[in-house]
Design a protein around this ligand. Structure first.
Ligand code: COA
Ligand code: AMP
Length: 634
């Protein structure tokens, strides 16, 4: 007899209508769907067409009406401000309803976009839910992005209104957000009519008369707004993510499939039930924050934690254990880099001993490759299942996982286990044919993608096809390379594009190259990701100067580093660049990135047969050694 995972998986692939239709019955609909899977406009598949619902209702009102009104919905735990604040489901519903009223009073209605540029404070969650309540489309922009990145998103999303805050707090540093917001609006071609700004006491912001409103004042005079039913296929949010150029992709999430899929994953993947405490230690600016700080735990009736702190330094490497024991967390979801940070400061997990972790049942890691050292350290110290799972901003939930709520498979190091229900994975070779088990190729999923995944890119159907569907017709291209072993375990090895993963944050080296190339003295450049013990990867830049430039190299390097920080933001972690005379290339002019990367990481490498001038690699090795890579890494 098949185990529950096998049974669910097989049905999800063979009978998607039956599988997802049954799960959708557990959500609240104001109008039932006409079709579960609508394939009338291939390759644009839609889920639950004809159905109407409200996402905020499913997250909050449903539970209040079902008797969970007094249960804690959200715990705001902020070691950086020494604050712990809880919201019951009734309180969070009331706050979201009032915020929806405040937005509506400023003219925000169904279909309008609202950009949210905020630190990890409850108002960010309330604003997201308020948009959902109105049927408005939110676009949250991560606080570590610079003004220019925000401006690019404003231009693309064209928000009627922006919700922001006066400042964020990075460990002990106060980071003013409002000047960045003002700069972004000044830079953007599209101008939002209003900004609602949360004034935090650590640093209040100067307001622009006629445009900016104070959050507290707007909330005080607002009237609660009811949930507005929307079509299942209407957009809930846009989340921009790095593409291969400086222009980010606006990943769209719709309302219906999202509620259905995310609610399902809470039990099937994370094995949590209504009433359990679930903690995703991420940021609301990332997809993990959208899906697993805000929406999924609330759809399920869990208590979710909003943590404004770091794994280390707030105040120490015991911070995660403190939160787990204090709030009785059952499952934690974070990125491997957070555990590497803790392991580095507290290698013997001494700090864990001070806390009662008896209620803690599982650790989930995603966002980057889980290295075996970190996996073993977490397993040995926590003594609970440590689950690697693989997903992307585009997918909104796991493509592959060890689905704890269905069946727990033995862990194989380096593998996020098996495809989650709904994911018909394959590994294709350059001839677009499946490769043999164990052979590396492009990881793809046969269409249709399951509910909750991106239906398209914002205002860019062509871009959606170009980026994800064109190279392998009939499949979604994940842009990850990997293999599936004979037992069906998936292994994700590397990206097939120029995306790198820095501390679990997704960044485009192409976007950084565009910035470096803008420097007046730079003739040519390359940025690539090299291994980093803490962040997994960090970017490093190589620049070739224009003929005749006689300035000090250190000055130019400082300037390009500053340019990336100013244009992309501190989150890029672009701190190292080096001037070289030439870049190693193939005879056809392609930069030999893979070879440079291996040299930088001090790994074995072979002289590429196609290199135009082998001597350049000696120069590259020397340059890398000077900045702490290559041979100096021994
Ligand atoms: N607002 C403003 N600045 C921010 C920011 C925010 N929300 N988030 C990060 N930054 C800044 C940091 O302060 C840092 O600035 P610096 O260059 O001046 O030091 C820079 O962006 C890089 O941040 P990060 O890569 O996160 O490095 P870090 O040294 O601050 O922290 C970790 C390292 C490992 C502790 C941290 O990345 C972490 O906790 N990561 C795991 C969890 C996670 O967020 N995963 C993401 C998706 S699941
Ligand atoms: P993001 O869109 O920021 O979530 O980044 C998605 C990318 O992160 C994926 O395409 C992978 O390259 C990488 N990634 C996410 N989870 C994993 C994992 N569990 N193992 C390996 N790589 C992962």
């Amino acid at each position: 007899m098949a185990n529950p995972y096998d049974a669910a998986y097989v049905q999800s692939i063979q009978d998607p209508n039956g599988f997802w239709g049954r799960i959708a019955e557990e959500c609240h609909w104001t109008r039932k769907w006409d079709a579960v899977l609508d394939d009338t406009r291939k390759p644009f598949y839609r889920w639950f067409t004809g159905g109407e619902l409200n996402t905020c209702y499913n997250a909050l009102d449903l539970h209040v009406e079902g008797g969970r009104g007094q249960q804690t919905a959200l715990i705001y735990d902020s070691p950086v401000t020494q604050t712990i604040r809880t919201f019951s489901y009734a309180e969070l519903r009331d706050a979201a309803a009032r915020c929806a009223g405040a937005l509506a009073a400023e003219g925000v209605a169904k279909g309008d976009r609202v950009v949210i540029y905020m630190p990890m404070i409850p108002e960010a969650v309330i604003a997201m839910l308020a948009c959902a309540r109105l049927g408005a489309v939110h676009s949250v922009v991560f606080g570590g992005f610079a003004a220019r990145e925000l401006a690019v998103r404003i231009n693309d999303a064209k928000p009627k209104l922006i919700v922001s805050a006066s400042c964020g707090i990075e460990v002990a540093r106060v980071i003013p957000y409002k000047p960045l917001l003002d700069d972004a609006i000044a830079m953007a071609d599209f101008k939002p009519q209003r900004c609602i700004v949360v004034q935090r006491p650590m640093q209040t912001a100067e307001m622009t008369p006629g445009r900016d409103l104070d959050w507290s004042e707007a909330m005080a005079k607002a009237r609660a707004h009811d949930c507005v039913p929307v079509a299942a296929t209407d957009p809930l949010y846009i989340l921009y993510t790095s593409g291969t150029t400086g222009i980010p992709k606006g990943v769209v999430r719709d309302n219906g499939g999202h509620v259905v899929a995310l609610k399902y994953t809470m039990k099937a993947i994370y094995n949590v039930d209504a009433g359990d405490v679930f903690w995703a230690a991420s940021d609301v600016g990332w997809v993990v924050g959208h899906s697993y700080i805000v929406y999924a735990p609330l759809f399920k009736g869990c208590t979710s934690i909003l943590y404004e702190g770091k794994p280390v330094g707030t105040p120490d490497a015991g911070a995660f254990w403190r939160v787990i024991s204090q709030h009785k967390v059952k499952s934690l979801f974070t990125a491997p880099t957070a555990f590497r940070a803790i392991k580095r400061e507290d290698p013997n997990a001494e700090k864990m001993k001070h806390y009662d972790l008896s209620g803690f049942k599982a650790l989930f890691l995603a966002g980057e490759r889980l290295d075996p050292d970190t996996l073993r350290w977490a397993q040995n110290s926590l003594k609970v299942p440590v689950i690697d799972h693989w997903w992307q901003t585009e997918t909104g939930w796991a493509i592959a996982a060890n689905c704890l709520g269905l069946h727990r498979f033995p862990v194989k190091e380096g593998s996020p286990t098996k495809p989650a229900p709904g994911w018909n994975l394959a590994v294709l070779g350059p001839d677009r044919q499946p490769v043999k088990p164990g052979e590396i190729g492009a990881l793809v999923s046969r269409l249709p993608l399951p509910p909750g995944t991106l239906p398209t890119l914002w205002n860019n159907d062509d871009g959606f096809i170009r980026s994800y569907l064109k190279d392998f017709p009939g499949y979604y291209q994940t842009a990850d390379a990997g293999f599936i072993d004979p037992e069906g375990y998936v292994y994700v090895m590397s990206r097939t594009d120029d995306i790198i993963n820095v501390a679990g944050h997704r960044l485009s080296t192409g976007a950084m190259e565009e910035i470096l190339a803008d420097h007046a003295d730079v003739a040519e450049c390359a940025v690539l990701g090299v291994e980093d013990a803490l962040k997994g990867q960090v970017p490093i830049g190589f620049i070739v100067l224009k003929a005749g430039v006689a300035r000090r190299h250190e000055d130019i390097v400082k300037e390009v580093v500053q340019m990336v920080r100013e244009r992309i933001g501190p989150v890029a972690s672009f701190k190292t660049a080096t001037v070289v005379k030439r870049l190693p290339k193939t005879r056809s002019g392609k930069i030999l990135r893979g070879t440079i990367q291996k040299i930088a990481d001090n790994k074995e490498w072979k002289m590429p047969a196609t290199i135009d001038d082998p001597a350049i690699l000696d120069e590259i090795t020397e340059a890398l050694t000077t900045v702490g890579y290559a041979a100096s890494r021994k």
